[in-house]
Design a protein around this ligand. Structure first.
Ligand code: BG6
Length: 510
């Protein structure tokens, strides 16, 4: 596997650009393309990461001219680019590489037109037959698009060039469908052509977990069951389902966030040091630790997992509807908008250390973080007053917002007597580096162009994640409303989740 670009290595400081290539976006008129993909490509172009001749073809069913596509994308970039709207010259140069091809997703004639269009672009813009197919479509279209790519010969690379495919989540609906989808992909593409996106993996602060753990000597000696009491991984959102009620009804917090994003975070925090920064060396370690997570017995799900659903409440000074009142949602829906799970890892490093994961929509605050709570000191020397209650050390990796690291320590209050207070040592990305963090999609698109799959999810990880959550999903599906806990929008989720944490532990109020 070519692993040519990786910022964790010193030589990454030498700026390079990928091979000239064309990216074909299926579903180019969709929300993801407009909000994330095209603004990310534009930002890469603006920062001169894209190769000369870089081109993008939007493929979709409705008729549209190149000019009309460019106008749509101009509006999208103006609204969503995190580095600000384009200047005239920047846009002219970027827009010259944008094209549109109309065709049905399973229509052979459409793929013949696409093939001809790509050949013209190769000839006119020097893209050398290098292609990325980005499937930004509803899951039901992934199979037909892959089949058509296979049948038209577009899935294979011409000699001396490369062809890759990027697939968005959800990868399947459960273990069975994920396996089927992966097998389907495998019949048409080789695994090293396949890039499965988990955008959490590409967040700047998530990449920093590996750097923090393995480029500093002070953490590794204490990164185990002797010193760590438990770990809390949180991804809380203030938003509701944002017009995606139809999708979310068939998903829920476990499928949408926990099975993929949160599990990736757990793997990075808990994995053994990889032997190198090669894509497979890191992904091998991540899968290894995910496989060591103790399976949850179907008859013990209630002791390991709690689900919730938001009701109407106050968010940001406004009253918002409950989940069951959202568009596209059944008034009797039992889909969970909040999930909390307790996991244990059966290996020498982590035996007996619980990992608590939670994610919810319509919570009090948008915050994603990993909090590593250390054990209490073995002997309390300093217990003079109630106020001196000594809190154990805590290391918080803040993923968003306020990206950075916080270490909680006990310190002496100034004065003649000895009194203790907790203080925080802070590292903030914004203040320390003062540069714009690149968006996850920028990093992922660029890595795919470079052929670096480190941040993409391998087939075995996807299936391991599904296998882990299946007992929870099956149990809930069979329980009707029985263990569904309602929580008011704008709160920290159902109180029932507090009972997952034993021995005096509590969820962090962020
Ligand atoms: C997506 C989920 O994968 O992640 C969404 O489908 C969720 O429901 C989103 O809102 C959260 O991503 P971020 O980057 O905003 O934390």
């Amino acid at each position: 596997m070519a692993n040519t670009w990786n910022p964790l290595r010193e030589e990454a400081r030498v700026e390079r650009t990928p091979d000239p290539c064309t990216i074909v976006i299926f579903g180019a008129s969709g929300d993801l393309a407009k909000r994330k993909l095209v603004p990310a490509l534009f930002n890469l172009a603006r920062e001169r990461w894209l190769p000369g001749g870089f081109s993008m073809v939007g493929y979709a069913r409705s008729p549209l001219s190149d000019e009309a596509l460019r106008a749509q994308m101009f509006d999208a970039v103006t609204e969503f680019s995190s580095s600000g709207p384009p200047t005239g010259a920047e846009w002219a140069s970027f827009a010259a590489g944008l094209f549109y091809c109309q065709g049905g997703y399973d229509d052979p004639a459409g793929y013949e037109r696409l093939k001809a269009r790509l050949a013209t672009i190769d000839a006119e813009r020097g893209t050398g037959g290098n292609r990325i197919f980005y499937l930004s479509t509803p899951p039901s279209l992934i199979g037909p698009i892959m089949d058509a790519l296979g049948a038209s010969g577009l899935a294979r690379s011409a000699p001396g060039s490369w062809t890759r495919i990027i697939i968005e989540k959800p990868i399947g609906y459960d273990l069975q469908t994920a396996r089927e989808l992966n097998a389907h992909v495998g019949r048409i593409f080789d695994e090293d052509q396949v890039y499965r996106i988990d955008h959490y993996r590409a967040k700047e602060t998530v990449q920093n977990i590996v750097v923090m753990r393995f480029a500093n000597g002070i953490f590794e000696p204490v990164w185990n069951r002797r010193y760590i009491d438990h770990v809390q991984i949180t991804a809380a959102e203030v938003v509701g389902v944002e017009g995606r009620g139809g999708y979310y009804e068939g998903s829920g917090a476990v499928r949408d966030m926990l099975q993929n994003h949160l599990l990736q975070l757990l793997a990075l925090v808990a994995m053994e040091p990889p032997t190198s920064l090669d894509a497979n060396a890191i992904r091998d370690e991540a899968v290894k630790v995910a496989r060591a997570i103790r399976p949850i017995p179907r008859d013990a799900v209630d002791a390991h997992a709690v689900r919730g659903q938001y009701t109407a409440g106050w968010v940001g000074g406004k009253i918002v509807p409950g989940y069951r009142e959202e568009e596209g949602v059944s008034p009797t829906s039992t889909t969970e908008t909040y999930a909390a799970v307790k996991l244990e890892i059966d290996n020498w490093r982590w035996a007996g250390v619980p990992f608590y994961l939670r994610s919810g929509k319509r919570m009090t605050k948008r915050a994603a973080e990993i909090a590593v709570q250390f054990r209490q000191v073995p002997m309390r020397l300093f217990t003079t007053t109630e106020a001196d209650l000594q809190e154990p050390n805590l290391l918080v990796m803040k993923i968003q917002p306020d990206e950075g690291l916080t270490l909680r320590l006990a310190a002496k209050l100034p004065g003649h007597a000895i009194h203790l207070r907790s203080v925080n040592m802070e590292f903030r990305y914004g203040t320390s580096f003062g540069v714009r963090s690149s968006e996850a999609y920028e990093r992922l698109l660029l890595d795919c162009m470079f052929g670096d799959a480190t941040l993409f999810t391998r087939r075995d990880m996807v299936e391991t994640g599904w296998a882990l959550v299946m007992p929870i999903l099956d149990h809930w599906a069979a329980s009707g409303e029985r263990n569904l806990h309602f929580y008011e929008a704008g709160t920290w989720g159902p109180e029932a989740a507090d009972q997952l944490l034993e021995e005096g532990r509590t969820w962090r109020r962020l």
